[in-house]
Write a protein that binds this ligand. Sequence first.
Ligand SMILES: Cc1cc2nc3c(=O)[nH]c(=O)nc-3n(C[C@H](O)[C@H](O)[C@H](O)COP(=O)(O)OP(=O)(O)OC[C@H]3O[C@@H](n4cnc5c(N)ncnc54)[C@H](O)[C@@H]3O)c2cc1C
Length: 353
Amino acid sequence: MISVIGAGPSGNYLAYLLAKKNEDVHVYEDHKEIGVPIQCTGIITPELETIIPIKKSFLTNKINQAKIYSPNGNSLHVKFAKEDVIVNRTKFDSHLGEMAKKAGATYHLGKRFQDNKGKKMKIGEEFIETDILVGADGPFSRVAKSNDMWCDRKFVTGNQVTVEVDCDPKLVEFWLGIGLFGWLVPESDSVARVGIVSYDQPDKYLQKLVDRRCPKAKTISKEPGAIPIYNPKQTLQKDFVYLIGDAATQVKATSYGGIVHGMRAAEVLVRDMKHYQKNCRKEVGRDLYLSLLIRKAMDRFSQEEYNDLVEMFNQEKLKRVLETKSRDYPTKFVLDLLLAQPRLLKFGTKVLF
Ligand SMILES: Cc1cc2nc3c(=O)[nH]c(=O)nc-3n(C[C@H](O)[C@H](O)[C@H](O)COP(=O)(O)OP(=O)(O)OC[C@H]3O[C@@H](n4cnc5c(N)ncnc54)[C@H](O)[C@@H]3O)c2cc1C
């Protein structure tokens, strides 16, 4: 028996892949309903389509343009060759859960993993034996804590509100220099998800973005949450215990998106459990590590340097890379950018100094 703790995108997709291989899979989810509460913007690159077919049932919107604002108010307008998708996380997670159930996985909702002593897990007040235990239980993974796999993890806060606001339904806005960055992701021409990521004072930075972009907007809902910072030394595998997704800090530090990489990690785990840690560090970890280095460099940018960056990216040859190359794989993306404009290296030196 394989026990998967957590019915988020990583856990559900893993359960689906394992059930397809006729494994006896049991998913334990703390909440009574999958995908609730929402703590996510739900913007996913076209890469998703290489993992699962995109269905209308979970799709909220598709966007094909981005406007990136620098602190001085200048902007960069990019038109994507392929559309990003905006999903409703409750419906997206539920869809993946249905896929797993249809493939034969058994779901136990409203069942919280407490801890485990060897292969005996405490789920709620029950004790259950398992052969394999997978922690897909998000940033504060109890599976990681219970098995001495917590490692040195750190977090940022994603602070988001869904608001009524006039906006272009095909255009996502990014705001540099507010917290780590801010965004406005449209659901339609009158509703958008507006948020920031920051190390501290998330309410202050969200208010700053709201004041600047949509001061009179009516708030419909709030979706804040913690996001783990990728730790390249994170233990991913120990005896019969494995970690994937946010539980394994598999989040891209440039955008703080974790859906695609968590699902990729699930594929790596199912392909070869024994060598999961080694394979995952190589296949998923390299891009996450480079994203982390880029983030560390960007953390040192002054407001003026953000202004310079946006100005430089307004060059056609750089815009073309942004418009056509996958942002999920910076190992390729960064090289294309540097080939298009070697002067970008001046920003790269921020990693070192
Ligand atoms: C404000 C915000 C915006 C974001 N925007 C994006 C975005 O636009 N695109 C993107 O790709 N990523 C985004 N992210 C990150 C994204 O939400 C995560 O990377 C993604 O949800 C990780 O999926 P997961 O399945 O690994 O973990 P989760 O989605 O966290 O799922 C973990 C599941 O485990 C359950 N669980 C936890 N503990 C237990 C327990 N003890 N027992 C049983 N069940 C348990 C939880 O209830 C949950 O259902 C955002 C995050 C935040 C906070």
